[in-house]
Design a binder for this molecule. Structure first.
Ligand code: MN
Length: 234
């Protein structure tokens, strides 16, 4: 795969493990849905009637199952947001809702880690959210379960525990935009492609996590994810 036109070595391809195999899924883009569960909108004090929306993280923010997330710089309030992750095997523009499932390779459980203090500060001065959302190691993601094995789940418990204590406990059936609607909406904004993943929003119970925490997540029938929060990088 050497290509002499590159003036530096090309960066490594970000990947997510495929469950129960030695295969990996190559990640192109990470899209995230904001405010897709009503109880989370309530706990954040936001408008319940406003539709969900999208933001993004870099592909190399993925942290694998069993990994360690260094506590990030600049924040004193990093929050966990457990989310269902959808991985696409194909894409397109203006994908109709009834064709959206055809684009799905599989599903996993992930965490949209958030520097909440920085997100809120940037929101308040109408600046972009990257400083709060798109930092290094901000997208832990467990192994992908192929849709060929489990179909396309529309309900099931989504849970996050910190040091054994349940913090988030929701159900996929509480989403405002379901998976098919999310894919269709996003494809109005950009051309989706194979390798894109979507973090589909978090249920209520978001809270701060600190160095030393062990975070365990599960989506019923889809998979698990466990990560440790490490000390800050020097
Ligand atoms: Mn989120």
């Amino acid at each position: 795969m050497s290509d002499s036109r590159y003036v530096i070595p090309p960066p490594p391809q970000a990947t997510i493990a495929v469950a129960e195999t030695d295969k990996v899924f190559p990640v192109r883009r990470i899209w995230c849905v904001g405010r897709n569960y009503i109880e989370h909108i309530r706990e954040m004090g936001q408008d319940e009637r406003a539709p969900p929306f999208f933001f993004a993280k870099p592909a190399d923010a993925i942290v694998p199952d069993g990994g360690t997330v260094p506590y990030p710089s600049l924040t004193k309030d990093m929050h966990h947001e457990v989310e269902l992750v959808v991985a696409l095997k194909s894409g397109g523009r203006k994908i109709p809702v009834d064709k959206a499932n055809d684009c799905i390779f599989g599903y996993a459980v992930g965490i949209d880690l958030t520097r909440r203090d920085l997100q809120i500060a940037s929101r308040d001065v109408k600046r972009p959210w990257e400083v709060g959302k798109a930092f290094d190691a901000s997208a832990p993601c467990g192994p992908l379960m192929p849709a060929t094995k489990i179909g396309h789940p529309t309900k099931g418990k989504i849970i996050l525990k910190v040091n054994g204590q349940v913090r988030q406990d929701g159900d996929l059936n509480q989403m405002i935009w379901n998976i098919r609607e999310t894919i269709s909406k996003l494809s109005e904004m950009v051309a989706l492609e194979a390798g894109d993943i979507i973090m589909t929003g978090t249920p209520s119970g978001v809270a701060a996590t600190v160095a030393g925490d062990k975070i365990e997540c599960e989506v019923e029938g889809i998979g698990k994810l466990s990560v440790t929060i490490g000390p800050s990088l020097k």
